[in-house]
Design a binder for this molecule. Structure first.
Ligand code: GDP
Length: 473
């Protein structure tokens, strides 16, 4: 690539490197200093381009205040497992569909929009705080308001506390939804008191965090929750300029057999239109279709609207930012640059992990630390990241999950052979193995376990890990 850019023959660059004592072939990576040395040696002038140079003008378009228009809030629901996050998301969705869009078929695209008092609210329905964290790790802040769900019959639990910490770290305003108040053993007051210990001061206890008692099961007071969200949103004065090229964040993405790359994106500024050329993470493409959470084809999407888009060349990652650019050439340039950065980071990580693997082995020898190799496949990248995030937390000083590979999509023969060579078990979340993979797994004695509930997956891993610690069991 460097040779090409200098309009030299690759073989000459390789020869030059050989003279320097570096054996390399075309396609190998060289570091920036070596590249500079080569370029100068071949008589070129070097200008170091930083990430900021390449990306300038894409993500930092200044909007004039008078162009800013109100936009709906984007809400994430978090809380302990089984406290009713999914039930609440489903109940709200069922009860409130954006008017004029009735009749559409509900599509689970990772986010949806409802309407309350003529105002729209966007809900992200990716599972729990792991997705929230994965997005934040990529620098994407998609959430305006977080709903902390606490079941009134169970009160504050470990993942409630984790959620509180994540919400606070993100600096996102919180609303507490005390759920399951229909249960005879429900004790909402206990929830309020216990929250105090974690510095969540709800209004009835003299604080300024709104709290709402709901029952997702019975559909009780969902309106109250939505009202609270709108009230909070009003205080935030959420605005975006719809009259500019679109930018936003990828909620999830997958490869669909029939439709190719399908990405759910949340527009955060501007208006996204069919035909727009878009860069998302390392990938780019021309928007071929825009589909909403009702399965309806749209011509455009406005700020805070979540939509599925078709037309990307590859599959971006959950949390990747996207932006519309002016030309294919520009899109290609940016995505090539980013792919290069990703590759370089991977190389650096590999170099780093060799070190840490040695450390780990030394540690294992000292402390007899056990490792639990796993290969994770899931339907969408968002789930993959949620699972890995949760698995990492399961580890203790004595035993750790080691993810040998992970990705979105069905299980293939390649996965099986990788699992075989690393001694890993394959965990499949909402995906199946094809016939070749099943046969190969059987022949190789590789275990494939299927799940459609993350919690069950984690439970099994936990059990297996403790089994590792006490082999006599
Ligand atoms: P999540 O793990 O937080 O997504 O929790 P789920 O939405 O899957 O709910 C866990 C269980 O609690 C399910 O069996 C629900 O039917 C039940 N559940 C959720 N909300 C309520 C509620 O308001 N009242 C009662 N009685 N049960 C509920």
């Amino acid at each position: 690539e460097l040779a090409q850019r200098m309009a030299e023959r690759a073989v000459d660059v390789v020869k030059f490197l050989m003279k320097q004592g570096q054996m390399m072939k075309p396609g190998d990576l060289i570091d920036a200093d070596t590249a500079e040395l080569i370029a100068v040696e071949f008589g070129h002038t070097v200008k170091r381009v930083t990430e900021a140079d390449v990306e300038e003008g894409i993500f930092d378009v200044e909007d004039r205040p008078e162009d800013m228009k109100p936009r709906p809030p984007v809400v994430t629901i978090m809380g302990h497992v089984d406290h009713g996050k999914t039930s609440l998301l489903d109940a709200i969705r069922k009860a409130n569909v954006v008017s004029g869009e009735a009749g559409g078929i509900t599509q689970h695209i990772g986010a949806y929009q409802v309407e309350q008092d003529g105002q729209k609210i966007t809900f992200l329905d990716t599972p729990g705080h792991a997705a929230f964290t994965a997005m934040r790790a990529r620098g994407a802040q998609a959430t305006d308001i977080a709903i902390l769900v606490v079941a009134a019959d169970d009160s504050v639990m470990p993942q409630t506390i984790e959620s509180i910490n994540h919400i606070k770290a993100a600096g996102v305003p919180m609303i507490v939804a005390i759920n399951k108040v229909d249960k005879p053993e429900a004790d909402p007051q206990k929830v309020r008191t216990e929250l105090l210990q974690h510095e969540v001061f709800v209004e009835s206890m003299g604080g300024d965090i709104q709290e709402v008692e709901v029952s997702a099961l019975k559909g009780t007071n969902l309106d109250g929750l939505l009202e609270s969200i709108l009230l909070q949103a009003e205080l935030l004065e959420l605005k975006a300029n719809p009259d500019r090229s679109a930018e936003g964040v990828v909620i999830e993405a997958k490869l669909d057999k029939g439709r190719g790359s399908v990405a759910t994106v949340l527009v955060q500024a501007g208006t996204l239109r069919i035909g727009d050329i878009l860069v998302a993470g390392d990938e780019w493409g021309r928007v071929r279709a825009i589909v909403n959470d009702r399965g309806q084809q749209l011509k455009e999407a406005v700020p805070s609207q979540p939509v599925e888009i078709l037309g990307l060349q590859g599959t971006p990652l959950a949390g990747d930012k996207f932006a519309v650019v002016e030309s294919e050439a520009r899109a290609r340039e940016i995505s090539e640059y980013r792919q290069r950065v990703t590759r370089e980071k991977a190389v650096a990580r590999q170099a780093g992990s060799r070190g840490s693997l040695e450390q780990m082995m030394a540690q294992a020898r000292d402390k007899e630390m056990a490792e639990f190799p796993l290969l994770i496949k899931a339907d969408v990248q968002g789930s993959v990241e949620a699972i890995i995030g949760a698995l990492e937390k399961l580890g203790t000083d004595e035993v750790q999950a080691r993810i040998v590979h992970s990705g979105a999509g069905g299980i293939t023969e390649t996965d099986v052979s990788l699992a075989e060579s690393t001694g890993a078990a394959i965990l499949a979340f909402n995906v199946r193995a094809n016939k070749q993979a099943r046969d190969a797994a059987e022949a190789a004695g590789v275990e494939i376990r299927y799940y459609n509930i993350i919690y069950n997956l984690l439970d099994d891993v936990k059990a297996a890990m403790s089994g590792l610690l006490s082999p006599e069991r």
